[in-house]
Design a protein around this ligand. Structure first.
Ligand SMILES: [Zn+2]
Length: 412
């Protein structure tokens, strides 16, 4: 491996611009002198970079700050809406897209149902969504970020395998870059969501694990302020960790994977089974209703209970629903305990459709994680629900792009 001996002039400029942008982003309004201090760049360099940013409309002067003896310094700030990013969440049944500004504030959204579409049709929908959102915004469009289920080579933007969309080795990043002529970032959805929590929600922890629990289960790991992808871009793929050696067969071929006991599909299947075994339960009542109502047949046409039914039964105090939800939470807690022991990360955030089961589920995850990890390690660990769940992947996809293009969110 040859190391580059000298950064090119252009690389240096981009790097300096990123340092200045980050100072404006995190500490603005701020003076040129303070930007120089924080970025460890010379005042001359900072002055040059700021002149360029102002010419590009990315920074502006907002008057003088308080004087500390001499002449009061002119303060600068980032122009939050100077650029827009399009973020996409390619969910299993629905694609969602949003336009956000540099602070992650949503300016427009759109979505399309995609259940049952094949690979090329699904790609056409991606174009449709971007076309709609980019309309009238092309001059200030900074780039496109995409979060998708499956294994993604984030360095090239190639989706190696997304089983539900029938995409294999699809160079999505390259295709979108050619079509729209802006930078594109593509990553796995769980990882994108972790970045959203890191950049837009809360205390900017340096280390964070965010676990998406829906039909699939995957974790995004942020280490030292940066997303950790793993050598094969499979870091955080915890859904196929075996938690029950005598368990049911998983769609991956193994038996007793976490997804077979803790995913939304598993919870719905257990609930359907329990409804049949316990005719007096609220679950049974809901199943009878589902049977009458043909329109209630879920995606794929399977007639049975859904996660929504389990949530509703749980709220009314149904014992069977509670037993199932606690069981699913415990199984996840078992795997979370392993992550705590291995990584010693203090903040674990849960999101995805299953997280909507709320407190009883969260408590089960916590109890089991605590019970199974060393007391010393688990004492300071917080396991919590994400502040919002709907837009995390869309926001994370935007965060991917902001991080790559402006150097934001990188650990200080
Ligand atoms: Zn599996």
């Amino acid at each position: 491996v040859a190391f580059p001996s000298k950064a090119t002039h252009q690389q240096t400029r981009a790097y300096n611009a990123a340092l200045v942008l980050r100072a404006l982003y995190e500490f603005g309004p701020i003076s040129r002198a303070d930007v120089a201090r924080l970025s460890a760049l010379t005042r001359t360099t900072v002055g040059d970079v700021i002149a360029e940013l102002m010419a590009d409309g990315l920074a502006r002067e907002i008057g003088r700050g308080p004087s500390t003896g001499g002449k009061a310094p002119i303060l600068l700030e980032l122009v939050d809406d100077a650029r827009q990013v399009i973020g996409l969440d390619l969910g299993e049944f629905r694609f969602r897209g949003a336009v956000v500004d540099l602070r992650g504030r949503v300016q427009a959204t759109t979505e399309r149902e995609v259940g049952g579409l094949n690979g090329d049709q699904a790609l056409a929908v991606v174009h449709e969504i971007i076309d709609e959102l980019a309309e009238g915004r092309r001059p200030t469009l900074l780039g496109i970020g995409v979060g998708t289920p499956g294994i993604v080579d984030a360095s090239t933007g190639t989706i190696r395998w997304a089983v539900n969309l029938d995409w294999q080795d699809l160079p999505l990043g390259e295709l979108l870059h050619k079509r729209y002529d802006v930078p594109v970032q593509v990553a796995n959805d769980s990882r994108a969501a972790a970045l959203a929590i890191q950049l837009f929600h809360g205390r900017r922890p340096t280390n964070l694990v965010a676990i998406k629990v829906g039909r699939g289960i995957g974790a995004g790991v942020v280490l030292g302020g940066e997303l950790f992808h793993g050598d094969g871009f499979g870091a955080g793929e915890i859904g196929h960790t075996v938690v029950d050696v005598d368990g049911a067969q998983c769609r991956c071929g193994q038996f007793g994977c976490l997804e077979t006991v803790a995913s939304s599909r598993a919870i719905a299947a257990f609930a359907t089974e329990a409804a049949r075994d316990h005719p007096e339960s609220i679950l049974a009542e809901r199943l009878a209703k589902a049977g009458e109502d043909v329109d209630d047949a879920g995606p794929g046409g399977a007639r049975g209970l859904h996660l929504d039914d389990v949530r509703a039964a749980l709220v009314t105090g149904d014992e069977e629903a509670r037993r199932i939800v606690v069981g699913a939470g415990r199984a996840l807690g078992q795997v979370v305990a392993g992550m705590i022991g291995f990584l010693d990360i203090e903040r674990i955030v849960l999101h995805g459709s299953v997280a909507s089961l709320g407190q009883p589920w969260l408590e089960a995850v916590r109890d089991e994680a605590r019970r199974r990890s060393l007391g010393l390690l688990s004492r300071d660990v917080t396991i919590e629900l994400a502040p919002t769940t709907d837009d995390l992947v869309v926001m994370g996809a935007s965060a991917l792009l902001l991080t790559a293009e402006l150097g934001l969110a990188v650990g200080r």
